[in-house]
Design a protein around this ligand. Structure first.
Ligand code: UDP
Length: 235
């Protein structure tokens, strides 16, 4: 079986398999923040992210969300359907935090009556700029119909995730997801879902996510391990 590295990302390497519609996502022990400016090797992170993301994607598949996830094949690796990634970071916010708080000069942790969906153009050279629907069309990334689907699907995913995290005592503050076109041209959820790309606060307002790394608040793998342990209740 010939396996080739197709793409090396900040947190994952993507390899081909003998099936051209399937890839292997290998989760690395690397944490980055601020568009790669802060970078560290963190032993055990790849295993935790693969475990958590596999668990969440399995639950999303079971709940009827179409995703790229096929199966977890080792501690650090999973099989995914090959997709053409849509170059958008779709962010959903239930509470104010991070760049939203900075942009609008508001404190973190204010509940948003209606969750807000935002698009960022995935382009490292441009620093992933914040863009609106019309920019998405200008860039020919998605049609009107696809934009509506991306937003509605992200809200549906949010309802499921918010409920699951609520059941384990964590508040889903915000998250980022990515979608791709599968071989039939259908838009499905791709990438990963882990504390790397969401914010989770516990009942005491402790950060249980990558802000621990971004803001130097503690040991990232301890926090991810706690999230993983809590998720076991949902098995
Ligand atoms: N996020 C991400 N990748 C990015 C930027 C943001 O996964 O490149 C996630 C981040 O973890 C948070 C949400 O998207 O859960 C909103 O992030 P925000 O825009 O507040 O940016 P940040 O403050 O993280 O720079």
């Amino acid at each position: 079986m010939s396996i080739n590295l197709l793409y090396s990302g900040k947190a994952k390497d993507i390899f081909s398999t003998k099936d051209e519609d399937v890839i292997i996502a290998h989760y690395k022990d690397q944490a980055t923040a601020f568009n790669g400016v802060k970078k560290e090797q963190i032993e055990g992170k790849g295993i935790l992210n693969n475990q958590i993301s596999s668990f969440i994607f399995e639950k999303l598949n079971a709940a009827g969300v179409e995703t790229h996830f096929i199966e977890k094949i080792s501690d650090t690796d999973q099989l995914n359907k090959k997709v053409n990634i849509i170059p958008l970071e779709v962010v959903l916010r239930n509470y104010t935090a991070g760049s939203f708080s900075k942009r609008f000069g508001v404190e973190e942790g204010i509940k948003l009556e209606t969750p807000i969906v935002e698009f960022y153009y995935k382009n490292d050279d441009l620093d992933d700029p914040f863009i609106n629907d019309e920019h998405v069309k200008f860039l020919q990334i998605a049609t009107d119909e696809e934009i509506v689907f991306l937003k509605e699907e992200t809200r549906r995913i949010n309802e499921l995730l918010s409920d699951w995290f609520r059941q384990i005592g964590l508040k889903l503050i915000d998250f980022k997801v990515e979608f791709g076109f599968d071989k039939d041209g259908k838009i499905i959820l791709a990438d990963e879902f882990s504390p790397d790309n969401c914010r989770l606060w516990d009942a005491n307002g402790h950060h249980m996510d990558k802000d621990v790394f971004r803001r130097g608040l503690g040991k990232l793998t301890d926090v991810y391990e706690t999230v993983w342990e809590k998720l076991q209740v949902l098995k």
